[in-house]
Write a protein that binds this ligand. Structure first.
Ligand code: AMP
Ligand code: MG
Length: 329
């Protein structure tokens, strides 16, 4: 891991060699810890599924929460999501700043399925941090960045916190001292009928309500409010019935494969959808949501999934598959 210490008086960051090197590392799918005004972010190219998988791997997250994509401007944000009048008002009032907007994702957005956990919505934020915005702009990519800490630990607000938790996973750490806001961004969803507070954070609810001219519903408290963050991972599920740890395949089933040793009956499968032929769990995680969608045969369809090992990212993959296979009402 290489360390870049920034000082408040530093300007023209883009002209330095290390800035260029960090852009190259991000474009190459590497992980970089970047300070924002809220907390330090563990950043990777949001359009690269494998890079996003390595975020979950580094954090040791046992499930795939969708990630916030950071961009450098409202204009860039509009290429990824549909903005209605409320979204425009909030973005104009509070960006750059500690507000994340959850919006309908444009089908043309290149943000990976894993970054949005297979959802048709996307969480976007233009941060106040100059270096984060400059990196988004110069790489030309949205950067997915959850807090730079191990899963279950508190969010890192200093470079020392980040080093303690993640140093072996990072190619660069940008140190600009303690973050100014110190708590995560406020997350507002504009996907349902009523604007909904998904997570309180660095921007006060009252400030948001003043601009919107209406109150924010708390997640999950109202039929018109989208689900709370913890419930999100159970949101997307294929229509087909799912059978896990399949040791054989029945005629007409779609088979999600892992590794090259296919089970009995594979030749009769309706389709084969590989997660990773080389048994690489990072690749499998990156492909998971796309694979579920591709394997889906509709209402009376059946999907069989080969066993996935439980170690490393396998835990999160199996968690997601178990949710997808759980009986629904
Ligand atoms: P963080 O842990 O700071 O990366 O914040 C991630 C949180 O943002 C998730 O747990 C969700 O609450 C929210 N979020 C991110 N992406 C989406 C999305 N596509 N749809 C709805 N909520 C999202
Ligand atoms: Mg966090």
């Amino acid at each position: 891991m290489k360390l870049w210490r920034l000082h408040p008086s530093d300007t023209q960051l883009e002209d330095t060699q290390i800035f260029q090197d960090i852009c190259d590392a991000l474009s190459d799918g590497k992980l970089v810890a970047i300070p924002t005004e809220t907390v330090y972010g563990l950043a990777a190219d949001a359009t690269n599924g494998k890079a996003c998988a390595s975020i979950y791997e580094a954090k040791g997250r046992p499930s795939f929460n969708p990630l916030i994509s950071h961009i450098d401007s409202l204009e860039a944000a509009q290429t990824h999501a549909f903005f209605d009048d409320r979204a425009l008002k909030l973005a104009e009032a509070f960006w750059p700043g500690p507000l994340t907007l959850v919006l309908p994702k444009r089908p043309t957005s290149p943000v990976s399925d894993l970054a949005v956990a297979g959802l048709e919505t996307i969480a976007l934020r233009v941060p106040r941090s100059d270096v984060m915005r400059a990196l988004c702009k110069h790489t030309g990519r949205p950067l997915a960045a959850p807090s730079a800490n191990l899963s279950g630990r508190i969010s890192g607000t200093t470079a020392e916190d980040v080093i303690n938790d993640l140093k072996d996973h990072l190619s660069y750490l940008i140190d600009s001292g303690a973050t100014s806001v110190g708590v995560e961004s406020t997350i507002v969803s504009l996907v349902g009928k009523r604007p909904t507070l998904l997570r309180p954070g660095g921007l006060a609810r009252e400030d948001i309500e003043a601009v919107l001219g209406e109150t924010l519903v708390r997640a999950g408290t109202d039929d018109s409010a989208p689900m709370a963050p913890g419930m999100l991972t159970s949101h997307y599920a294929p229509n087909s019935h799912i059978r896990l740890n399949a040791e054989d395949v029945a005629e007409g089933e779609a088979l999600i494969t892992f590794g090259a040793n296919l089970p009995k009956g594979s030749d009769k499968a309706a389709k084969l959808v590989p997660l990773s032929d080389s048994e690489d769990l990072t690749e499998a995680a990156a492909r998971l949501f796309t694979a579920l969608r591709q394997a889906d045969l509709g209402e009376n369809g059946k999907i069989a999934v080969m066993p996935i090992p439980h170690h490393g990212l396998g835990e999160a993959i199996n968690d997601r598959l178990a949710r997808a296979a759980a009986p629904r009402d």
